[in-house]
Design a protein around this ligand. Structure first.
Ligand SMILES: Nc1ncnc2c1ncn2[C@@H]1O[C@H](COP(=O)(O)OP(=O)(O)OP(=O)(O)O)[C@@H](O)[C@H]1O
Ligand SMILES: [Mg+2]
Length: 474
């Protein structure tokens, strides 16, 4: 019996054992994963390929039962019925794999079971083998650092807001989260790009895997390459012993978040493009390539198309990234969310002078909703922090005088804006109506009749609306 037998070189030379050993050798070297059990499902043999595929340790596995690794293994049924299970397809570590299960019969009686796992495409196995070596390196790296893999800390539930715009935004974000295609998060300063990147990672299938953030603007240019791609030991003076695992490699199976991607220097853009095209990472100081299966989320507050026009952002990279674009609506476009958001920010501010419940005077609410918030949610948070620290002893309601002076300076301007202003809902409706009109006109090369048809309104109505929004040249 070859399974479980031990073949030493000397045995192979003895003719009577030669055949058994040869069989074992063939199985050991096969690029197909093989596992053999006895009738009870106790594992008698597994080859190194099987062990590698399922992260099993051969020695430990030999004393265990198949159900310890694969609860309710179908092999038990195959042995009971005597009917093999052939070419059953399953998705394995992102690759398409096939499994065969056979009963082993001896003189008409079931003596054991045989499992064979293989990839549709042998190149998938090569990829997996490379990944495994990378993984081992990572384990070493993390043991040394004695810290867990970095993860994401926010979900879509942390994105506060009830407005239609934010609801639509969250819905789209959750849909994007399902794929592994790069997502480009756009948003003004302080709009919550980082929070959104975390949420996308948390909502996707990679949520248990690492979330690795790189701030492209914060890392000095000459360190960025080693940060992203890693280096081999002894590559340059000052390089750490043992080398460095790059962020792309660390993000294997998880997500890499390239924050402020608009700041990425051109030479790094070229390297990033190569990584996106074939998943190959070229470490510094070695000709070996490393593979990483990462999901990319990039964020910027820059107009990347304008950067392309200026020549500071590669057009080919732009097209690689500009697929699933998720634009965070600025705070001023959703004033109806401000009271809720302000309350949430107050409640979650850890550093507060007192634990009393704080409320807002109605004129403060009005002002907060009318202010244009160039610094978005971050600015709102800062304003609220100022306000709570300027409350008098025992005061629990935020008044206008508790807001930072710069907001009060703008107050006159804003109140005049507020008075004749429409309600936020009407404002929002008018804004989107005007946008729809403009889009329809553009699409129809300014043909009003066609644009009206596109919008499902009459010709008279389109003229009326165009006049109202000042779109009709006299
Ligand atoms: N929808 C939201 N609900 C609650 N808090 C939010 C929301 N969006 C952002 N925040 C908070 O606002 C602050 C700014 O968010 P974040 O750092 O993600 O913004 P950013 O777009 O990356 O800004 P910058 O462009 O300046 O880097 C953070 O404190 C974050 O927790
Ligand atoms: Mg940010």
């Amino acid at each position: 019996m070859m399974a479980g037998s031990v073949c030493r070189d000397a045995d192979v030379l003895r003719l009577e054992k030669y055949e058994d050993c040869l069989h074992k050798l063939i199985l050991d070297l096969a690029h197909v994963g093989v596992l053999i059990t006895d009738r009870k499902g106790d594992i008698k043999y597994l080859n190194p390929t099987f062990a590698m595929m399922f992260d099993m340790d051969i020695k430990t596995a030999i004393s265990k039962n198949i159900n310890d690794y694969f609860p309710h293994s179908k092999l038990m049924r195959v042995m009971e019925t005597g009917i093999p299970d052939k070419a059953v397809e399953f998705s394995f570590k992102g690759q398409s794999a096939l499994v065969n299960r056979y009963p082993i019969t001896h003189q008409g009686v079931t003596a054991g079971g045989f499992i064979e796992v293989y990839f549709r495409d042998i190149r998938d196995l090569q990829k997996l083998m490379r990944k495994m070596t990378n993984l081992q390196k990572k384990v070493i790296y993390y043991k040394r650092k004695s810290q867990g893999l970095p993860g994401a800390s926010y979900t879509f539930d942390d994105i506060i807001g009830q407005s239609t715009v934010i609801r639509k935004f969250k819905k789209l974000g959750m849909q994007f989260a399902r794929s592994s295609i790069p997502v480009l998060v756009l948003g003004e300063s302080g709009a919550g790009k980082e929070l959104v990147a975390h949420a996308i990672h948390s909502a996707g299938s990679r949520s248990d895997e690492p979330f690795v953030r790189v701030n492209c603007a914060a890392i000095p240019k000459d360190l960025l390459e080693s940060e992203l791609f890693g280096y081999e030991e002894g590559t340059f003076t000052g390089a750490k012993t043992g080398g460095r695992v790059g962020k792309f490699e660390l993000a294997d199976k998880g997500t890499i978040f390239l924050d402020e991607i608009g700041e990425l220097p051109l030479d790094m853009q070229a390297k990033l493009l190569r990584v996106l095209e074939n998943g190959e990472i070229q470490k510094i100081g070695t000709s070996d390539v490393v593979y990483s299966d990462f999901r990319l989320i990039a964020a910027t507050n820059k107009d990347l198309a304008a950067s392309v026009a200026k020549g500071t952002f590669r057009e080919d990279l732009y097209h690689r990234l500009h697929i699933l674009v998720l634009a965070i609506p600025p705070l001023r476009d959703r004033p109806e969310d401000i009271p809720l958001l302000a309350q949430h920010l107050l409640d979650t501010t850890r550093d507060k002078p007192s634990n009393l419940e704080i409320t807002f005077a109605s004129e403060v609410k009005q002002l907060l909703q009318a202010y244009p918030w160039p610094g978005n949610i971050r600015e709102l948070r800062n304003v609220l922090t100022f306000a709570v620290f300027s409350l008098d002893e025992g005061q629990t309601e935020i008044r206008l005088r508790n807001l930072p002076p710069y907001m009060l300076e703008n107050q006159v301007m804003m109140v005049t804006r507020l008075k004749p202003a429409l309600s936020p809902l009407n404002q929002a409706r008018e804004k989107s109506e005007k946008e729809a009109l403009l889009a329809a006109l553009e699409q129809t090369a300014q043909n009003k009749a066609q644009a009206a048809k596109l919008l499902g309104i009459s010709r008279n109505e389109i003229y009326r609306k165009m006049r109202r929004y000042g779109l009709l040249s006299r």
